[in-house]
Write a protein that binds this ligand. Structure first.
Ligand SMILES: NC(=O)c1ccc[n+]([C@@H]2O[C@H](COP(=O)([O-])OP(=O)(O)OC[C@H]3O[C@@H](n4cnc5c(N)ncnc54)[C@H](O)[C@@H]3O)[C@@H](O)[C@H]2O)c1
Length: 467
């Protein structure tokens, strides 16, 4: 099967019709199944169908082009938006999903196995792909690459005139706060990651399932009985440690934060440093969002056929460059590489004579070696994304806020800020997913409501509550 490229325009898509149509048919079937597992998105489509709150919005979205993202895109267009799309990782596109969306006329610039150069080019293409040469007026980002691009001179004017940015992940959100602090953020942003129904679900329960999926598809290795090392014990690390432990691995955690380290200890994991864990571990997973977590010193201490992978957003956590280093004559310095299959490489470490198995070139393993999180948990994340886009776009629309008071005062249209969605919307996202879990909620009585000082309809917790 040749690699499909959904990159240029509707006309080019027609030229490649046969191949795209075959992929698109399969993608459409996958999308239909996903819709049934994404009750939040489907409910939002229904609730705001008449109001068309995104009519006139031109959204440039950069987020893994998977089946679940296809349901997100079709929710945005169902609410009136014009959309262009790229994947935020070179390995994470599901070609069937990309094709299914491309044939509907949405410009999609993504295919599985792009190069970094192609990825950079696609980001630029997507910004030029709106009808009649118009500029984007909203950004929906995952990790901050598109946000960085629109902060360059060429796009600055459009960004300043836009309604803002919504950001999906921890790593992208930290960059937004850094930009804000330095006075370099040029449009308001919503931090979607820190909606409780995003980070406490997607990062934790999502990774709890998709990490193992990635490792298994790549290696088929038995996890039970092995020593697994999880670097970082934030939301993602907690989900990964739980999954590995659940499969019967003995889990070791590394942390820099005493609170998270203590949490890991209380959960029953051994906490130590990577220097000490390197020679014991058989499966290594980095989840820190930091850099240089596993480097040459660690590789050289590892056991034969240790599996090394990363589930954090960027490929900065594992020093792949050390493994791939060559001298002036292009001879490998530290290790020789044998490709087992796409996204699975076995490196022979010269100094130790042992092999390590690297997954997805150190990029996020659940999307590189599997297909990311399941639809249901992505429905929680993406319902927040759609609400964030509406909140940004309607920030100055008083009539809309009267009709839908849940959006009132979420974003200050006169000041550049980074905000999270209000608790009432966070609770609403959870509520929309309860029936699918066959969960029945208890309603506060009037007396109980008075006793606690909490409205019967919520919000039920203060903003500083930690869940
Ligand atoms: N692959 C996915 O599907 C997926 C999903 C959600 C988030 N993410 C990404 O995963 C990464 C982690 O997200 P999170 O929400 O868990 O963030 P988090 O901030 O909750 O957790 C990261 C943890 O790593 C620790 N840490 C930082 N540097 C460290 C170091 N040098 N050694 C050991 N520990 C260190 C921090 O103290 C923190 O507790 C981010 O890059 C995020 O964008 C990926």
């Amino acid at each position: 099967m040749s690699v499909p490229k959904f990159q240029v325009s509707r006309e080019v898509l027609e030229l490649e019709d046969d191949h795209i149509q075959t992929l698109a048919k399969l993608g459409r079937k996958e999308i239909e199944i996903a819709e049934n597992e994404m009750p939040g998105l489907m409910a939002i489509r229904e609730k705001y169908a008449k109001a068309q709150p995104l009519a006139g919005a031109r959204i440039a979205g950069c987020l893994h082009m998977t089946v679940q993202t296809a349901v997100l895109i079709e929710t945005l267009t169902a609410l009136g938006a014009e959309v262009t799309w790229t994947s935020c990782n070179i390995y994470s596109t599901q070609d069937t999903a990309a094709a299914a969306i491309a044939v509907t006329g949405v410009p999609v610039f993504a295919y599985k196995g792009e190069t970094d150069e192609v990825y950079d080019k696609f980001l630029k293409y997507q910004l030029a792909a709106f009808k009649d040469g118009k500029d984007f007026n909203l950004i929906l980002d995952d990790g901050g690459d598109l946000t960085s691009l629109v902060h360059t001179e060429k796009y600055e004017k459009a960004l300043k005139a836009s309604y803002g940015i919504s950001e999906e992940t921890t790593t992208g959100v930290s960059k937004l706060y850094r930009r804000l602090k330095e006075g370099k953020l040029l449009a308001s942003a919503i931090n979607v990651n820190d909606s409780v129904t995003k980070s406490k679900f997607d990062n934790l329960y999502g990774c709890r399932e998709s990490l193992i999926d990635g490792i298994k598809r790549a290696t088929d290795v038995m996890i039970a009985g092995k020593v697994a090392v999880v670097a970082g014990y934030g939301d993602v690390g907690k989900g990964c440690a739980m999954a590995l432990h659940g499969m019967g691995a003995r889990v070791i955690v590394t942390e820099i934060d005493p609170i998270n380290a203590l949490q890991a200890s209380m959960a029953g994991y051994q906490v130590t440093t990577m220097e000490k864990a390197a020679s014991i571990g058989q499966i290594f997973v980095t989840t820190t969002g930091c850099e240089n977590i596993i480097t040459g010193v660690h590789f050289q201490a590892m056991r034969d056929d240790a599996i090394v992978c990363n589930i954090g957003h960027f490929d900065t956590e594992i020093d792949v460059a050390w493994l791939q280093k060559t001298d002036d004559n292009k001879v490998e310095v530290n290790a020789t590489r044998e490709q087992i299959k796409p996204q699975v490489d076995r490196y022979l470490i010269k100094s130790s004579g042992k092999r390590i198995i690297l997954l997805a070139d150190g990029r996020l393993v659940n999307l590189g070696c599997a297909t990311g999180h399941s639809s249901f948990v992505m429905s929680c994340s993406f319902t927040n994304q759609v609400l964030a886009q509406i909140a940004l776009y309607k920030a100055a629309d008083k009539k809309f806020a009267e009709e839908f008071p849940e959006f009132a005062n979420t974003v200050d249209p006169n000041n550049i800020s980074v905000s999270v969605l209000p608790k009432i919307l966070d609770e609403e996202v959870a509520r929309l997913h309860l029936a699918h879990c066959q969960a029945e909620l208890t309603t506060l009585t009037e007396d109980q409501s008075k006793y606690l000082g909490i409205p019967v309809a919520g919000p039920f917790k203060s903003d500083h509550y930690r869940y």
